[in-house]
Design a protein around this ligand. Structure first.
Ligand code: ATP
Length: 259
């Protein structure tokens, strides 16, 4: 950590993190995950995922690289074209961007569904309550009356009228097995993941290699900007986006520092 500005070791409220600190976003992210664990929203494993993400973000320059910006715009267009879009929420997503996910759902008329790797009724309830505190009116994932084929029982649970029936699913920070199983079901996946080599972005139609705390507000902004555009304009934006090129650009940035 830079000595530019010191941050107390124990931060009770995120307002205590100085906004002009050079690692502000990283400190904020870490604080939200810790608070998520304390609130029973985020599993301890989510802290490890956060650590991995933080390292990749550092190498990406902690900024939205141009290929990620293009992916975010394509994702917004794809969501506006969808018949039944669903945004999947896990413990890290709920801790990091609850209000931002509610806003994105509103902008593209999507449902929110809680979908946990380590599923317990207590965590589901805590996340649903947390999302409600951030403005969510209706959250799916409680009933969990359908199963994703080819996944073990606990991790396969989804709502029949949610992810199971969706045509487009946004799966941020998703585990590779489930991303592959959703792909096998024929879902169009929009994955947000800071590691371009992870299996989830590899199977996504639109992989977004960016920190979720930047990616989601960017997608919402694009969706608002594209609202009212005709189907052909939206389709052209989606078709113009090259997923392989975007994954390569992110890897190049991480390995060489070049854009
Ligand atoms: P695989 O997808 O191959 O199973 P993995 O085991 O690394 O890979 P998980 O731990 O299940 O994946 O998921 C965590 C992923 O989320 C990691 O790739 C990590 O880089 C990414 N990640 C963590 N924090 C963030 C964040 N704030 N924004 C975007 N991605 C993040």
């Amino acid at each position: 950590m830079s000595d530019h500005e010191t941050v107390p070791a124990e931060v009770d409220h995120e307002e205590e993190i100085p906004e002009d600190h050079p690692r502000y976003q990283d400190l904020l992210t870490r604080h939200r995950i810790e608070a998520g664990v304390e609130k029973g929203i985020t599993h301890l494993q989510g802290m490890h995922a956060e650590g991995r993400g933080s390292a990749f973000d550092y190498l990406l320059g902690e900024e939205t690289i141009p290929s990620a910006a293009a992916a975010e715009r394509a994702a917004a267009a794809r969501l506006l074209l969808a018949d039944k879009p669903v945004l999947s929420i896990n413990g890290n997503v709920a801790a990091l961007v609850p209000g931002e996910m509610v806003e994105l759902a509103d902008a593209v008329d999507a449902d929110l569904e809680v979908n946990l790797f380590n599923r317990t009724p207590e965590r589901i309830d805590a996340i649903v309550e947390h999302l409600a505190e951030h403005g969510a009116a209706d959250v799916k994932g409680i009933e969990a009356d359908a199963r994703i084929p080819n996944l073990d029982h606990k991790r396969a649970k989804v709502d029949a009228d949610g992810i199971y029936a969706a045509d487009v699913v946004v799966v941020p920070l998703e585990d590779g097995d489930r991303a592959e199983a959703l792909e096998a079901m024929g879902k169009t996946e929009i994955v947000i993941d800071l590691n371009p080599l992870s299996r989830s972005p590899q199977v996504a139609e639109i992989p977004i290699v960016d920190n979720i705390i930047r990616a989601v507000p960017n997608m919402t902004e694009h969706a608002r900007d594209l609202e009212g555009e005709g189907e052909s304009t939206l389709r052209a934006i989606v078709e113009e986006f090259d997923r392989d090129e975007a994954l390569e650009a992110a890897e190049e940035r991480i390995r060489s520092g070049r854009l």
